[in-house]
Ligand binder design. Structure first.
Ligand code: ATP
Ligand code: MG
Length: 158
């Protein structure tokens, strides 16, 4: 079945908007079109949950999280940026490994098992997409992923 990724993303963000800490802002930059993808909706929801919950977990007080979505060629590209502690350059590729955590002490305090991004990577690859991270230590992190899409529908069209 085809899923409008933009609508699904918007719904996931609505849910985080209600449960997040008050002093964190979530900014959405989503296109006003429907972008249909052939994805398992439950799995994609989990991918988004894992990435957004990290962004919130590692955000400072008063931080802004920016959620973007656009198309490049035949692929939809999603990014989720935060203004958190960031990830040192030489650890960037490892965060998608099972049980890998950058700062063991800090991660233990924050909870979790170190599986969130490994699961996200598995699911994105199973859907023929890519996932990667960009980060500046002390400034913030952006997680990107891509997915093939089937078609775009302009708002107002059928
Ligand atoms: P779990 O997701 O199982 O609850 P986790 O969040 O520690 O635990 P992952 O989501 O796989 O595990 O992330 C792996 C590690 O990558 C984290 O422990 C953290 O060190 C680092 N990391 C992930 N996202 C961010 C982020 N937005 N900012 C800073 N560090 C991050
Ligand atoms: Mg996580």
């Amino acid at each position: 079945t085809e899923v409008d990724f933009v609508e699904m993303f918007d719904h996931v963000l609505d849910r985080f908007e209600m449960s997040k800490r008050e002093n964190i802002e979530i900014v959405r930059q989503l296109p006003r079109v429907a972008i249909y993808t052939k994805v398992d909706q439950d799995k994609m929801t989990q991918v988004l949950d894992n990435i957004i919950s990290n962004a919130i977990k590692y955000s400072p007080e008063g931080g802004t999280i920016t959620a973007r979505c656009w198309t490049i060629g035949k692929k939809i590209r999603i990014s989720i940026s935060d203004q958190g502690v960031g990830i040192p350059k030489n650890n960037l590729s490892k965060i998608f490994d099972r049980f890998y955590r950058v700062d063991k002490a800090r991660s233990r305090e924050l909870g979790g098992t170190g599986l969130g991004l490994a699961i996200a990577k598995e699911m994105i690859h199973a859907h023929h997409g890519d996932i990667w991270a960009e980060s500046k230590w002390g400034q913030g992190t952006t997680i990107y992923f891509t997915l093939p899409y089937k078609r775009i529908r302009e708002v107002g069209d059928k």
